[in-house]
Design a protein around this ligand. Structure first.
Ligand SMILES: Nc1ncnc2c1ncn2[C@@H]1O[C@H](COP(=O)(O)OP(=O)(O)O)[C@@H](O)[C@H]1O
Ligand SMILES: N[C@@H](CCOP(=O)(O)O)C(=O)O
Length: 319
């Protein structure tokens, strides 16, 4: 359960009193997620999400995320609104953390998406990309390619996570440095569109959530992140061709990638696999013992890295 910080009931009542959202009926920690503390807040007016921002979200960057969600909502993308209090403020403080009250969206986050759901996710990602082409905000991707060496270093001894992992990561970083593409189409991207960040009812996307890694980067890298997280078996060893083709088909329905982007996809997916391998390895080593959080296993992303490094990896991106 991702609750790093508890909320005192009196502090919560005082916070809610600033809003026109009724009074608190309950506030329960949410089991999913690893980054922030999330609570399902029920008031006399309905359901909301209360998020307290933790380790990887800087409070001074929250206005960027508020603007981003506002821009996407205005373009009809199914993202949650950050609720504003009576003074117009969306960003608050509680329990020593920056916090927001967020619109609750319907839907279920999937653990085993079907091909049809992958297709819907690919199309939703592409529509988000189209909507972000004219977004004026920008943010350095501090979880992106230029930062992977420092994330690896900050993780510490990677061999304590998996024997030999340190040498594998060093070799991969060198390979990516020698081959990382330049000049691909870029704008702000989601950068973490895993199935648990997409809410669905049947085959329909009802919500895209958790934009806190959103940053300026290649749109094809975002597609690679989504490919890596939606189309593999849970151990990361097998990419399901039907799900992969459906994801690519859904994306292609909305956006035609350039030849350079298509050619770069296997490499970008290697990068995406390394990124999640590294942050999971970091958290494996550093998650505080008392935190109510289930650490995520890094090894399925090592398996994906191997799959995307195989000579036939381009086949995984056929629509
Ligand atoms: N706006 C929302 N509407 C409905 N459920 C949400 C919303 N935001 C978060 N959740 C629920 O909370 C869980 C954790 O949220 P998430 O943003 O993924 O956490 P983290 O910030 O730790 O990555 C989600 O899997 C989902 O079940
Ligand atoms: N999606 C990433 C890290 C963030 O996870 P989330 O559940 O908080 O969205 C991973 O799976 O490693």
């Amino acid at each position: 359960m991702a609750v790093y910080t508890e909320v005192d009931p009196d502090d919560l009542a005082a916070l809610i009193a600033r809003y026109d959202i009724g009074t608190v009926r309950s506030c329960k920690g949410i089991a999913e997620g690893v980054e922030n503390s999330n609570f399902l807040l029920e008031t006399t007016n309905g359901r909301f999400i209360l998020t307290l921002y933790e380790k990887r979200v800087r409070a001074d960057e929250l206005p960027f995320f508020v603007d981003l969600l506002g821009h996407l909502a205005a373009k009809g993308c199914p993202v949650p609104a950050m609720i504003r209090d009576r003074s117009g403020a969306a960003i608050q403080q509680i329990s020593g953390r920056a916090a927001c009250i967020i619109q609750f969206l319907p839907g279920i986050s999937l653990t085993r998406p079907s091909a049809a759901q992958c297709e819907a996710a690919g199309a939703a990602l592409a529509r988000t990309h189209r909507a972000l082409e004219d977004f004026a905000g920008a943010r350095e991707n501090n979880m992106g390619y230029r930062h992977w060496r420092e994330i690896a270093k900050a993780a510490g001894d990677l061999d304590t996570v998996l024997p030999g992992l340190g040498a594998i990561v060093d070799a991969e970083l060198d390979y990516l440095d020698a081959h990382w593409p330049s000049g691909l189409p870029s704008h702000v991207i989601h950068a973490d569109l895993f199935p648990d960040n997409v809410l669905m009812l049947g085959d329909e996307v009802t919500g895209l959530i958790d934009f806190y890694f959103a940053a300026s980067d290649y749109r094809a890298y975002d597609l690679a992140v989504t490919h890596a997280s939606w189309t593999f078996s849970s151990d990361g060893k097998r990419c399901d061709p039907a799900r992969a083709a459906a994801l690519m088909r859904g994306y292609a329905r909305e956006i035609a990638l350039t030849g350079e982007e298509i050619a770069a996809l296997p490499l970008l997916a290697r990068g995406a696999s390394l990124r999640f391998l590294l942050t999971r390895a970091h958290d494996w080593i550093h998650t505080p013992a008392g935190a109510l959080v289930t650490r995520k296993d890094p090894s399925p992303f090592l398996a994906r890295l191997r799959r995307y490094s195989a000579p036939d990896a381009m086949d995984l991106f056929a629509a």
